[in-house]
Design a protein around this ligand. Structure first.
Ligand SMILES: [Zn+2]
Length: 419
């Protein structure tokens, strides 16, 4: 018996216009996508009526922090920008970290994100490796997941002494190797600092050529991906030169950095993460982030720069994906689809381009571009049935009630109500 989702508009993730059609699912895969509706083929199959709905691929979060404390319904005001290292002292340990990550994974899937690519765990423990393995085994609900190590700053985070050789290229190689051996998929460096951490930080590139080179060579040797937090232009160039695959923010990228990103556009993915920047400016008052604080943290200037920069990235065909930095009180996990709206209102993308970025490009980011991110034959059946038309109004994806069905690998995480 197949599952047939019929009666709706099919948006297949490639960017072609949605058209009336139906998809057929057998096991964990889509076996057919056909235009029009074919009741004569429905006998003996499980039929899902998608009348009035858009049927589309599951969303991919490109910059997840699944261990961050705040999620919808679970706001933790103690972990709130501007961050200082004292928050690391409040962290309890592996079991509670993992429990929170599991909770957040379920909340992210409830919001329609059937895959998530991590941009770093909170603490230097293999929490995300354990989480990924549980998700892969199907024993807890949550997105398909790529695990990322805690981000490596230029000075060690938390209440620890700075090892003597921390700045040596060999220490970078060791860092990458040891995390690869722990089972992480991706390892992240703070190639640039950030105004959130230190005044003027957005312009500080804090790793050298030799350090980035050592990280890049070791990552290739051990088969792990590299990710980088980059605000300063030079940090973006450092990332591209040394084979970093995910490059976050890029806010102060100059023309040379854009040229390099364009040159490497088949290898790199960019995640601007506008959500937290927007939230600091527009949704922070309740948590003590007033306009002055948003300015101090660089958020106001960042959003202005992003509005200038991202239309250029778009014109150059660089792969830019929604998502990022959800997990703060003003920007909790579960609200991640707000990034899609911000791509349209702030960054100059069309709704269709944004949906392609969140689905097709997301599949590529997950390293599964030949089987994830599209509604197409032989692709994994990660499917949303959304009431209304996200191409006309992308904010419908922000309303969990309107995501009437969530399927992952051919199984309903959220079963459509009988209609
Ligand atoms: Zn981040």
């Amino acid at each position: 018996m197949s599952i047939i989702i019929t009666g709706g508009q099919i948006f297949d993730g490639t960017g072609t216009a949605a058209t009336p059609g139906e998809i057929v699912i057998d096991g964990d895969r889509i076996t057919e996508v056909r235009s029009g509706h074919h009741p004569d083929h429905h006998d003996g199959h499980e039929i899902v009526d998608a009348t009035g709905c858009t049927v589309m691929p599951g969303l991919v979060e490109s910059h997840a922090h699944i261990t961050f404390p705040s999620a919808v319904g679970h706001i933790d005001p103690s972990f709130n920008p501007p961050l200082d290292v004292s928050f690391f002292e409040k962290i309890e340990g592996f079991p509670s970290e993992l429990a929170r990550a599991e909770r957040n994974a379920g909340i992210l899937l409830d919001a329609g994100f059937t895959s998530a690519y991590s941009a770093g765990s909170l603490i230097p423990m293999p929490t995300e490796v354990a989480l990924r393995d549980k998700l892969d085994a199907g024993v807890i609900p949550g997105p398909r997941f790529k695990a990322c190590a805690a981000e490596r700053d230029a000075v060690p985070r938390g209440p620890v002494d700075r090892p003597e050789d921390w700045d040596k290229p060999a220490a970078l190689a060791d860092w990458v190797r040891s995390h690869a051996e722990q089972g992480f998929d991706s390892i992240k460096l703070l190639l640039s600092n950030d105004d959130v951490f230190v005044k003027g930080g957005n312009q500080i590139t804090q790793y050298s050529e030799d350090q980035a080179k050592a990280a890049g060579e070791t990552a290739r040797e051990y088969g792990v991906w590299l990710a980088a937090h980059c605000q300063a232009a030079e940090s973006v160039k450092l990332a591209v030169r040394h084979g970093f695959r995910s490059i976050y923010h890029c806010t102060y990228a100059d023309e040379e950095a854009l040229d390099m990103l364009e040159e490497a556009k088949d290898e790199v993915f960019v995640s601007p993460a506008p959500g937290i920047i927007w939230a600091n400016i527009h949704a922070g008052e309740e948590y003590g982030i007033d306009r002055a604080m948003a300015e101090q943290m660089g958020s106001v200037a960042c959003l202005d720069h992003m509005r200038e920069l991202y239309p250029k990235m778009r014109a150059r065909g660089i792969r830019v994906l929604p998502g990022g930095d959800y997990g703060f009180p003003n920007n909790p996990i579960g609200k991640n689809a707000h990034d899609l709206a911000l791509f349209v209102t702030e960054l100059g993308y069309t709704e269709t381009e944004t949906l392609v970025a969140a689905t097709k490009l997301g599949g590529e980011l997950m390293g599964m571009g030949d089987e994830l991110g599209l509604l197409a034959e032989n692709y994994l059946a990660d499917v949303l049935v959304v009431e209304g038309d996200p191409i006309a109004d992308i904010t419908v994806l922000e309303e969990p009630k309107r995501i009437v069905a969530i399927m992952q690998g051919g199984r309903f995480h959220k079963q459509p109500a009988a209609r």
